[in-house]
Write a protein that binds this ligand. Structure first.
Ligand code: SF4
Length: 321
């Protein structure tokens, strides 16, 4: 097997809870609690979970946009957390983040061509005279036209803005893209177009994606492997086909039961979870899912289930399996 492009080993990110006049730390929000993922070059890994499961914090901690509490992140074997600010800056173009709402990261007074080109100039990747040509090229590969270069962000639709967000990441010629809910704010028909664009760009550029979404039906169309997160912990990982054919964790089964299927007779019985996701500042003991799990027994309240291989590279954290 070739060298992994990205290795995330036992990553933890805890945020301190401060209180009182002295602003003392009185607790911790365990947003990411011992997550491990390996991505091979050209692979797409889908990270799925409800809002509050910590999946976005994984993305930000991997890119060192927020610092880890513990664990290791390696890009092509390089420990990202051992790099100085200057060394990390040199690597930044290779690892890009795409947001749910690209509009919020675009200055409304800056023309789209300048917004895309400024990163190129910032990193000194091409001479000033070649920036426009590079921006036109990348806009075309994202399904936009050269005349869009001189327009302002408000002149674009939601789908076009996401294309601009993708173009802004791609212009730096990255290997790794972390896409955080990139289609959640879009209509279903536009979602399909953007997912097809992600797929096409992967084929033409050999990109590796960590694709973060709350929606299993979105990752189904793009990802070769999927990980399901709950309250900062990984509950299950498997290949896309295996996870959809044979989900083992009760939480995954509940998420899958909400995924629409094209053939009615394949429809799964809908499992509605009781209650809301608990606070990561005070997660349940034992299995974190036990307060909402229909199969919970006494052991689930006391013992944390091991994350183990159920066969065929299908990992699950559940006492039942
Ligand atoms: Fe449910 Fe227990 Fe399995 Fe957790 S360990 S998912 S509570 S059966």
């Amino acid at each position: 097997m070739s060298e992994a492009l990205l290795e995330i080993n036992h990553l933890k990110k805890y945020f301190p809870i401060k209180s009182g006049l002295l602003n003392r730390t009185v607790g911790q929000v365990k947003a990411v609690d011992d997550i491990s993922i390996t991505l091979q070059p050209g692979e797409t890994f889908g990270l799925v979970g409800e809002s509050g499961s910590g999946k976005s914090t994984v993305g930000r901690t991997v890119l060192r946009l927020t610092e880890k509490t513990a664990g290791e992140v390696k890009y092509k074997g390089i420990d990202l957390y051992s790099l100085s600010a200057q060394e990390l800056r040199k690597l930044r173009p290779k690892m890009q983040l795409i947001f749910q709402d690209p509009y919020s990261s675009l200055n409304p007074r800056v023309r789209v061509g300048d917004a895309i080109g400024e990163a190129l100039l910032d990193h000194g990747l091409v001479p000033g005279g070649e920036v426009r040509e590079r921006v036109e090229e990348v806009l075309a590969s994202c399904g936009l036209s050269s005349y869009h270069i001189d327009r302002f962000p408000h002149e674009f639709s939601g789908g076009q803005r996401q294309r601009i967000g993708i173009a802004r990441a791609l212009v730096l010629n990255p290997d790794l893209i972390i896409a955080d809910e990139p289609v959640s704010a879009l209509d279903v028909s536009i979602q399909a177009q953007i997912i097809n664009l992600f797929r096409k760009l992967q084929e033409t550029r050999g990109l590796t994606y960590l694709f973060i979404s709350h929606d299993l039906s979105v990752v189904e169309h793009l990802c070769s492997r999927i990980g399901v997160m709950y309250l900062g912990s990984m509950m299950e990982t498997a290949s896309r086909d295996e996870l959809f054919r044979n989900p083992l964790h009760p939480y995954t089964k509940a998420l899958l039961s909400a995924v629409p299927v094209p053939i009615p007779k394949l429809k799964r019985e809908r499992i509605v979870l009781k209650g809301d996701i608990p606070s990561p500042a005070n997660p349940p003991s034992g299995c974190k899912f036990h307060t909402r799990c229909p199969y919970a027994t006494d052991i689930c309240k006391e013992e944390v289930p091991e994350f183990r291989d159920a066969g065929g590279n299908h990992y699950v954290a559940c006492h039942l399996v």
